[in-house]
Ligand binder design. Sequence first.
Ligand code: HEM
Length: 194
Amino acid sequence: MIRYSKIIVFILCLWPLVIISLNIYYNELGAEPVKKIMNHFGEWTLIFICLTLAMSPLKRFTNLAFWTKFRRMLGLFVFFYATIHLLTYIGLDYRFDWQPIFNDVLKKKFIFIGFSAWLLLIPLAATSSQKMINLLKQNWKKLHRIVYIIAIFGALHYIWLSKTIFFKPLIYSVIIVVLLILRIRIKTRKFNYE
Ligand code: HEM
């Protein structure tokens, strides 16, 4: 089972694509299809950020190293879904009309922070291979701590676009804060033992 776990997790990670494809096929996207697709991938990006952050605490609580095997794959899915989310906004919402897109990025703070989060994901995705881990050594870990900033930016993006923290943005923000506290505690313990 463990041998096949990565393949199983990979297939499960494609679930958001399956749901939206079924919605498109059965014409169930509602009155605002573009908004529905965009929000769908935005929310799944945030879910994958939470899942990625949850792997180390799960390893600690269950005493099973196997959770961290999925961290890299989940992180790449964050980038994958964030990119589809961005492309939906650029391609379907604005039909590649760059001027209003630039105005949005500069004038709307929720777009600015979402775009910043996506930009920060690029170096993480680009350095996710084993070759880059070997090449960057300790700097790789330092670089990949950017994921904490990305998580905070993602939560802020959701709060600001919703114009209220109630209710889903609050749930995701609490989950992210708890996961960040757990990660910091794991790091501090490691540091104290060293
Ligand atoms: C890590 C990166 C990002 C995360 C985690 C994220 C997350 C989200 C979430 C959770 C939603 C709302 C979903 C819902 O209401 O169900 C959303 C909506 C949206 N996001 Fe993002 N997003 C990210 C990046 C971006 C980028 C790069 C852009 C564009 C430059 C963007 C533009 C939008 C827009 C326009 C909406 C819809 C707002 C509306 O309802 O009118 N996001 N995003």
